[in-house]
Write a protein of this length. Sequence first.
Length: 229
Amino acid sequence: MTPGHGPARHIVFLGPPGAGKGTQAAELARELGFLHLSTGDLLRAAVTEGNELGRAADGHMRAGRLVPDDLVLAIVRERLARPDAARGFILDGFPRNLAQARALEAFATLELVVSFEIDPRLVVQRLSGRRICPTCGTVYHLDSRPPRVAGRCDRDGSELVQRPDDRAEAVEVRLKVYAEQTAPLLEHYRRLGLLRGVDAAGTPSEVSARLRRLVAGAAPEARSPTERL
Ligand code: ADP
């Protein structure tokens, strides 16, 4: 598609852990019929399955460190080549460093990079209250999005769990990794004219309303690179 016209179809969500990327990406992708590609979810599924990728990724993930680029790139490349990525995609949690961003450029052309802007203190609060359904992946929060029955998934009744990397020690490492390795991508995409900021504070529905406006009108050349909704 011609960049600058109509809604964006090749989108990256960028932002610190706990900014709400996964929740928003799942909802928006469902609405638009796009693929939601979360490298974190794919890696967690591999760990649960106990396959070769999962065994290689497990220790890095528990500690809050990045999984080696070649492993992550292989899954992204494979997933984007499937037919269900053809209508559009939202990449959530990828790329996470400059090497991954450059590698991605060799097999996909991005139209929009959304930066989730949020106070780091809020991030820690969000991560500590986060609970996940191990069966369907639905994300809850003890305060802001509690399940109807305490400790159980609304969709399938599974017992909710806390991600091992949402423990305080791992959160600290993840925030450091974000600041050192992922945050430099903001400047990279700003220079390419692809970056738009979204205020990621507030309720999930407030954030999703802002995002919808941004994605619908994503005409990269038509907006100033720092414009923020
Ligand atoms: P969050 O953004 O909340 O930290 P994710 O689910 O995106 O959570 O990622 C969880 C973990 O999975 C990361 O801490 C890292 O170990 C691994 N991971 C996910 N995506 C990538 C990636 N693109 N490159 C390397 N490691 C990744």
